[in-house]
Design a protein around this ligand. Structure first.
Ligand code: SPV
Ligand code: MG
Length: 670
């Protein structure tokens, strides 16, 4: 594509401003002339071949254009008869440089904002700039549109016309038709008419669509008054605020392209989502907030970088009142739909506008995302993440997983509510559920090798941190090896309970014989585990069984403080009461002396308490310890019964996931 800029004319209506130089050299904003803006605009859209017709002050113009030093191939064609002819003749003289190419054609006194040239060149096919929101000009061009195509361009048509500006993008085919018509006109001596006369003669053979610039600036400068008003409008346009939000760890060329486009609409403000906001809706960010923020701060076309603390744009839009919000067009459906609707709603309150650019689905970008996921699942990355999440969110949630598929459910289940997303932060590798899945009782019968195998299955397909139910931790001599193995695998925390002998599930309470370990012995186990671990981020949590075994609150608290003293990174207080009162009392009393050690709860019995309430009371980890198992097995039992009852599977089909769903449930690129 080439550009053709028509600069032969004298611009007499500009008065003294054009006595020494052609009109296109008039300064329109600090350090920029009409011509320098036009040439930069061509460069920015990738057009490097520019033909400029000259005449009036030809030398001055050439020298000036060359002095700009832009990496453009400039071809100057002088119309020596510039005073007696119109630009139709200048084009005629330049015709040999203009054949067999798409053309951007503009008058040399035209000032337009970036959005106009971006819009006019966005789609294939020929376009002419028109404005449906501008009043019809008396003297300037107007266009008549028929069947969606430009039929007539003239200063004299008023019926069914819209304001039009001499800015065209013409594809080779249409331009050839017009250029041939120009040649015929000039060869018949019709050199004083507008080139548009030649277009009108052949417009039915062309497909030039109108491009509506609406409120955007696209105007010719004929007089000093025009100069003043256009300069003001340009200043406003260049100072418009444009807002985009980002949550990605990496900035790839797709992001750069869309940001550059956005920056062409005004001053680009980037809202960087905080780690907490990202962790809530997709996955833990690989690159922390401060790093991600500085990535954007170092981009020359970014004006300002701000923090966005939630998925919703509302707070930032109300604070910055951007003229435009820019986003890829991929958020019209799916979970971001309500976020988008809220953006439109907020923009409407003050007259802002949403601009959506096509979202790039390039394979490379998907690959970058999946590599990021892969990195999150590496042992070192995964292990440290629980501590980071605790620091970030204060309170985290975990759900049990006992197999690859339950791991995937824990990993991927997300619910969206009004632009907010909720998902589990971590996985609990329950001894009860792991044993149950193997059809065995929860009595430390499933050995560590087998438990590790389950971890491995889950780790292979997930990225979230794992909290391992270590039962009693076994013999201290064995526990130290368990700690190191778990650490190596990338597990974040082991919880060991202060019981000894044959362990039974806590939810039996004193209905079965269970022995609580003595404080000193359990403290020694904790100390040995802490000494054995190699990294700083692995956590050992001491689980206190005093309430389960009716030993009273004092015993629970004494043990909790002793275990923390021995080096426990967290304490878990367990209860099998329906009422949460004893848990709340423990948390209150523990927190009155220890403000920081994380408290873990497993609200299987006291299940009416919300995560928000636990958080408010000072609890840090809420574990949903067995719900997937308890939900899954009755469903399977019912399906089995249903088949037995009906002697066939048809009746049980409604209870089942479809074959299509089950075979697509597990993505191949996991
Ligand atoms: C488990 O899930 O295995 C637990 C929690 O240890 S509980 O079953 O409540 O004891
Ligand atoms: Mg257990």
């Amino acid at each position: 594509m080439k550009a053709l800029i028509l600069n032969s004319g004298m611009g007499t209506r500009m008065g003294v401003l054009t006595s020494e130089q052609p009109k296109c050299m008039t300064e329109i904003s600090v350090g920029n002339t009409i011509l320098s803006r036009q040439l930069s605009a061509m460069l920015e859209i990738g057009v490097t071949d520019v033909v400029i017709t000259t005449g009036y002050h030809d030398e001055v113009l050439r020298n000036y254009a060359e002095s700009l030093g832009l990496p453009l191939k400039l071809t100057f064609v002088k119309n020596p008869e510039f005073a007696e002819t119109n630009y139709i003749y200048s084009i005629y003289l330049a015709r040999k440089y203009l054949k067999n190419d798409d053309i951007i054609l503009m008058h040399g006194d035209l000032v337009f904002e970036n959005g106009v040239i971006d819009g006019i060149t966005a789609a294939s096919g020929s376009r002419m700039a028109v404005s449906s929101s501008m009043p019809l000009p008396k003297k300037d061009f107007k266009a008549v549109i028929e069947d969606g195509k430009i039929a007539t361009v003239s200063v004299n048509v008023f019926e069914n016309a819209v304001a039009a500006q001499p800015l065209y993008k013409l594809d080779k085919k249409d331009w050839a038709v017009w250029l041939e018509s120009i040649e015929r006109f000039c060869e018949k001596g019709k050199t004083t008419v507008y080139a548009e006369e030649a277009l009108n003669a052949v417009s039915r053979q062309c497909d030039i669509e109108p491009y509506d610039t609406r409120e955007m600036l696209c105007a010719e400068i004929d007089t000093p008054e025009d100069l003043k008003s256009v300069a003001e409008r340009l200043h406003q346009a260049e100072n418009r605020k444009v807002y985009m939000s980002f949550s990605s760890d990496v900035i790839h060329s797709g992001h750069i392209a869309i940001m550059k486009k956005a920056a062409r609409l005004g001053k680009l403000i980037i809202g960087v989502l905080t780690d907490e906001a990202i962790a809530a809706y997709k996955r833990f960010p690989l690159v922390p907030f401060t790093e991600r923020k500085s990535l954007f701060e170092n981009l020359s076309f970014v004006h300002k970088v701000v923090e966005q603390t939630e998925l919703s744009y509302k707070t930032n839009l109300q604070a910055f009142k951007p003229d435009y919000v820019v986003h890829g067009d991929d958020w019209c459906n799916g979970f971001q739909k309500p976020v988008r609707e809220e953006v439109i709603e907020v923009l409407r309150t003050y007259g802002g506008q949403l601009v959506e650019f096509p979202y790039s689905q390039r394979e490379l970008f998907k690959e970058i995302e999946s590599q990021t996921r892969a990195e999150l699942s590496l042992p070192d990355m995964r292990r440290s993440r629980l501590k980071k999440l605790l620091g970030l969110k204060g309170t985290v949630t975990a759900i049990e997983a006992h197999s690859g598929i339950t791991g995937l459910i824990a990993e991927k289940t997300v619910v969206y509510d009004n632009g907010k997303a909720r998902q589990f932060d971590a996985m609990w590798l329950s001894s009860l559920c792991d044993s149950t899945a193997k059809g065995k009782p929860d009595i430390e019968l499933v050995d560590m090798t087998s438990r590790f195998r389950t971890i491995d299955d889950i780790m292979e397909v997930t990225t979230k941190p794992i909290i391992f139910d270590g039962d009693t931790g076994g013999l201290t001599e064995h526990f130290v090896y368990t700690v190191r193995s778990l650490e190596r695998m990338g597990v974040s925390m082991i919880i060991i309970e202060d019981k000894t002998g044959l362990k039974k599930n806590s939810l039996f309470g004193n209905e079965v014989a269970q022995t609580q370990d003595d404080v000193e012995h359990f403290c020694d186990k904790i100390k040995a585990g802490k000494k054995a671990q190699k990294t700083h981020d692995f956590m050992i949590c001491a689980r206190i069984e005093s309430l389960i075994l009716d030993r009273g609150m004092e015993d629970a608290l004494t043990r909790a403080f002793a275990y923390v003293g021995a080096g426990a990174d967290a304490v878990m207080i367990h209860s099998r009461k329906k009422s949460p009162d004893e848990i709340f009392e423990f948390v209150d009393k523990f927190r009155s002396r220890d403000k920081t050690t994380p408290i873990v709860v497993v609200p299987t019995s006291f299940n009416t308490v919300t995560e928000e309430e636990f958080k408010a009371r000072g609890v840090n980890v809420v574990i949903y310890a067995n719900q997937l198992t308890r939900a899954g097995f009755p469903a399977m039992q019912n399906a089995a019964k249903c088949i037995l009852e009906h002697h066939r599977a048809k009746e049980c089909d409604d209870m089942c996931m479809s074959i299509k769903e089950i075979i697509t449930l597990i993505p191949e690129d996991n």
